[in-house]
Structure formats: structure tokens, C-alpha cells
Design a protein around this ligand. Structure first.
Ligand code: AMP
Length: 328
């Protein structure tokens, strides 16, 4: 079975975009690959979070992953900072990572611009930590968004460079597995673009019925079509795209027909959409709340994941130490 690694930064709750764009694919992948899903809490230190924030956000994301259906018996779900071998591999990769190439990474250049007072070495070496996370399990596939492509190229480069320097065929080059080509794009309901946390237009899996309704009723539309079968402007198309994702096909068809015959009432459509989004979220929301209240279960899952990930990482590090010339 091929090995897949995927990390998520603990930066808030999962929204519908995360669910349909990524998590839903993970649910399938966990039965098809040897998967390692980890919560990248070391990566999050680049922005200097408070310890309470780290604890809370790690717990939240773990509970949400589990509530969505990631199965800790089938797959390895772990917290990055539980695997002590990761920073050792990060150190070795950093010894062969060069300032020029690290400085050229677009996401680093963005950070230099957006947080000029905190351009720390962790930001600069983000690609080597990400590479360590991936190759420590000798992963061959990594599900990523397009924005991670450059970091993936760096991971391949570091794996290749290690092999070349030591004259071994040790690390496989991890391939990117573009979720965006396979998964749906979840639109924003604020007129344009996609749903995202930083776009401020996200509907979260944890949102209650009232919150969902409020967000959906605020969705941008227009005054309605005046010609039959006219093309939908982006805001309206987004509303329909969301309906296609969460509602029954017959519901979508009903409102599409109303649109095509210029009889659409957006208020009715939004009410139905809010009901359907809530019907989708409610069981997940209940599970999130149950799991969040069960610290013993969360602790058990984290410990089990740490154990499995550490076995895999320790094997790699024993071999890597030997290759480099250290005592294994
Ligand atoms: P982010 O939290 O924005 O870094 O997103 C994590 C992952 O969730 C991305 O790499 C995508 O796979 C997925 N994702 C986020 N927003 C959307 C969206 N609106 N539509 C589809 N997929 C999304």
C-alpha cells in the first residue's frame, strides 16, 4: 500500500470548503492508502501563538477530523510535536538547504511583506520542516492545494539531494496529489470567489442552525433574470453551486427551472439552502461537540497516533543516522 502524508495547520475550525475540498477525499483515501494525517503544530510556531491557543486549536482540529469520519483504527492521525524524530530530520535537511533557494520561495517572500517584524528562521526553513514531515514516512503522495506546489518541489529537491549526497536510493520523491482537480470547489456566498477562512465568508461545520441561516440569508444575489434561460451572474451561480453540493438533485432542479423561467424567488431558495446545509452539518456538529467534551477519548487517539507515527519515524531516523555516519 502506498504511503500518503497530509498535514493541516491548526488555525481554526473546518469549514464546508475544507470538508468538500479536502476532508471528503481523505475519508476515501484512508481505506486506499497507508495514510498519515498530522496536525502541524510545530509549523504554527512561526507566528508565535500563545500556549493556550495551541492547546485549544489542536484539540479542535483533532475533534473535527474525527467527527468528519477519519478513522484512527484505519489510519494514523497524530500531532506533529509528538514525533521527536521530525526535528532531527529537519536538522539534517537544513544542513543541505541553501539560503538562496529558501529565500526564493513565494510564501516566504509573502511573509516578509506581511509580517516584516517577525521574519524568523522557522519561516525561512518552513519547506525543510514540511519536507521532513513528508519523507520521514517515505511518503510517495501528498494531497495538496495548488498553493503548496512550490513547497512540494522543495520536498522533492531535498529528498533527491539527500540521496545524491550520500549515494543512496533512500527517500522516494513525493508526488503532489492535487485535490483541486478531483474535489469540488466550494464557492463563497458573498458574491464572488471561493469559501475560505481568510475570505471571511466561511460556513463552519460547528456553526449552529441559526448561524447557518443568518449566513445563507445574507448571500449576495441580484434582482433576478428577465430573459428565460439566461446565464447566471457569478453571485447567483455560486448560490446554485452550493445547492448542487449539499441539496438533493431534485431541489437543485426545481430552483434551476424557476430561474430559467424567471420565476425564481431567492428568499425561498436561500431558506431551502440553509435547511439543507444544516441537515448536512447537524450530525457532524453533534459529533464534534461530543468528542470535544471527551478529553479521555481525544487523549487516547492522540497517544495511539503518536505511537504509530513514531514507529515509522524512528525506523527512518535509524537508517538515516547510519547513512550519514552517526551511530544508529
Ligand atoms: P486552508 O484552510 O484554506 O489552508 O484549506 C485547506 C484545504 O482545504 C485546501 O488545500 C483545499 O484542499 C481545501 N479547501 C479550502 N477551501 C476550499 C474551497 N472553498 N473549496 C474547495 N476546497 C477548499
Amino acid at each position: 500500500m502506498e504511503t500518503v502524508v497530509s498535514g493541516i495547520r491548526p488555525t481554526g475550525n473546518l469549514h464546508l470548503g475544507n470538508y468538500f475540498g479536502a476532508v471528503k477525499s481523505f475519508l476515501k483515501m484512508q481505506y486506499e492508502y497507508n495514510c498519515f494525517f498530522f496536525i502541524a503544530d510545530w509549523h504554527s510556531l512561526t507566528t508565535h501563538p500563545h500556549p493556550d491557543n495551541i492547546r485549544k486549536s489542536v484539540k479542535t482540529i483533532l475533534a473535527e477530523y474525527l467527527a468528519c469520519g477519519l478513522d484512527p483504527e484505519k489510519t494514523t492521525i497524530y500531532i506533529q510535536s509528538d514525533v521527536r524524530e521530525v526535528p532531527e530530520l529537519y536538522l539534517y535537511l537544513n544542513m543541505n538547504a541553501y539560503l538562496g533557494e529558501l529565500e526564493r520561495v513565494t510564501s516566504f517572500k509573502d511573509k516578509v511583506r506581511t509580517q516584516p517584524n517577525n521574519v524568523n528562521a522557522g519561516l525561512l526553513t518552513y519547506p525543510s520542516l514540511m519536507a521532513a514531515d513528508i519523507i520521514i514516512h517515505k511518503a510517495v503522495k501528498v494531497p495538496v492545494g495548488k498553493d503548496q506546489e512550490q513547497n512540494m518541489e522543495m520536498a522533492r529537491k531535498f529528498a533527491r539531494r539527500f540521496n545524491q549526497i550520500y549515494g543512496v536510493e533512500y527517500f522516494p520523491e513525493p508526488a503532489s496529489f492535487h485535490l483541486s482537480e478531483k474535489a469540488v470547489k466550494v464557492p463563497g456566498l458573498d458574491g464572488s470567489g471561493k469559501m475560505g477562512k481568510s475570505e471571511g465568508n466561511a460556513i463552519y461545520l460547528i456553526d449552529d442552525e441559526k448561524t447557518i441561516k443568518k449566513k445563507v440569508m445574507k448571500a449576495v444575489t441580484d434582482s433576478g433574470p428577465t430573459e428565460p434561460n439566461s446565464e447566471k451572474p457569478e453571485a447567483v451561480a455560486n448560490l446554485f453551486a452550493m445547492m448542487e453540493i449539499v441539496s438533493e438533485p431534485s431541489t437543485y432542479e426545481y430552483f434551476n427551472e424557476k430561474y430559467n423561467t424567471c420565476e425564481i424567488r431567492y428568499g425561498d431558495m436561500k431558506k431551502q439552502l440553509a435547511v439543507d446545509i444544516n441537515a448536512f452539518c447537524a450530525p457532524i456538529r453533534e459529533k464534534i461537540l461530543d468528542i470535544m467534551a471527551n478529553d479521555a477519548y481525544l487523549e487516547k487517539v492522540a497517544a495511539q497516533g503518536a505511537e504509530k507515527a513514531s514507529v515509522s519515524a524512528a525506523k527512518t531516523l535509524r537508517e538515516v543516522r547510519e547513512i550519514i555516519g552517526f551511530r544508529p
